[in-house]
Ligand binder design. Structure first.
Ligand SMILES: NC(=O)c1ccc[n+]([C@@H]2O[C@H](COP(=O)([O-])OP(=O)(O)OC[C@H]3O[C@@H](n4cnc5c(N)ncnc54)[C@H](OP(=O)(O)O)[C@@H]3O)[C@@H](O)[C@H]2O)c1
Length: 218
């Protein structure tokens, strides 16, 4: 399988790239600096230079090339409302258009639980982030592509457990980025998961079993 990752230098994206390479897949992705490109080349990943905010959809499609799947796990982090709109929102819309132009039908989007941390009253910036993520989910779900939306709970830089809770509705908690990456790799390799929104948090089910359990039989 040949996968292009937008957000490949990020926490989840870099772990996913390594996992896919270990499985023997071809991996490429969008990078913003020569240093990132060099570091990725050392693990066998083909970094393609571009910035999501300024690149045109047809230029992005050129970089994506003949991939089997596109993963979007980029994010503006805490960079402010404008950046959130540009990357987590418009960036996804641009990536959907680029996937179409490149002829890539499989599209996995890393989103967020709509109710994540709402009880903390984190302010307008966070409310905006949640709203933008939801609008991106809507855009992808209406795209006609072979999409999967994965909504992980709060991300931790902790060792992966190899077990999770995954389903259409889960309770928001926490999850190591390593387990998110492993789940994404498994989802990409399971064509029986299609046009589904899946929520992901810490749990007791081995990741391959959790993914299998979500394959719809009818
Ligand atoms: N943090 C949480 O608790 C949480 C919870 C649920 C869901 N999520 C979502 O999970 C996803 C992954 O999160 P993460 O923490 O692993 O991400 P991260 O480490 O913050 O990485 C963000 C990625 O986006 C890239 N990026 C940002 N702006 C870009 C631009 N203009 N052009 C190209 N690439 C750009 C970054 O590239 P550079 O390395 O060049 O900056 C990096 O690869 C995000 O979509 C996030 O919204 C997060």
């Amino acid at each position: 399988m040949n996968t292009f990752i937008i957000g490949i230098t990020g926490g989840v994206g870099s772990l996913l790239a390594r996992e896919l390479i270990e499985r023997g897949d071809d991996v490429s992705g969008l990078v913003r600096t020569a240093e990132q490109r060099q570091a990725l080349a050392e693990i066998g990943v083909d970094g393609k230079s571009g910035d999501l905010t300024s690149i045109a959809a047809d230029e992005l499609a050129e970089l994506i090339g003949p991939a089997d799947a596109l993963v979007f796990t980029a994010g503006a982090g805490g960079a402010g409302k404008e950046a959130t709109t540009a990357i987590d929102g418009d960036g996804v819309v641009k990536a959907i258009e680029a996937a179409r132009l490149a002829g890539v039908t499989r599209f996995a989007l890393v989103s967020v639980f709509p109710e994540a941390w709402r009880e903390r009253n984190l302010g307008q910036g966070f409310d905006h982030y949640i709203a933008v993520k939801k609008s991106a989910d809507i855009a992808l779900s209406r795209s006609g592509l072979d999409w999967v939306i994965l909504r992980p709970a709060a991300l931790l830089n902790a060792p992966g457990q190899g077990t999770v809770a995954l389903g259409p509705a889960e309770t928001h908690g926490e999850i190591p980025r390593a387990d998110v990456a492993l789940t994404l790799a498994e989802l990409l390799h399971e064509p029986g998961i299609t046009r589904q929104i899946l929520e992901l948090t810490a749990g007791d089910t081995p990741i391959p079993d959790a993914v299998h359990a979500n394959v719809r039989t009818r």
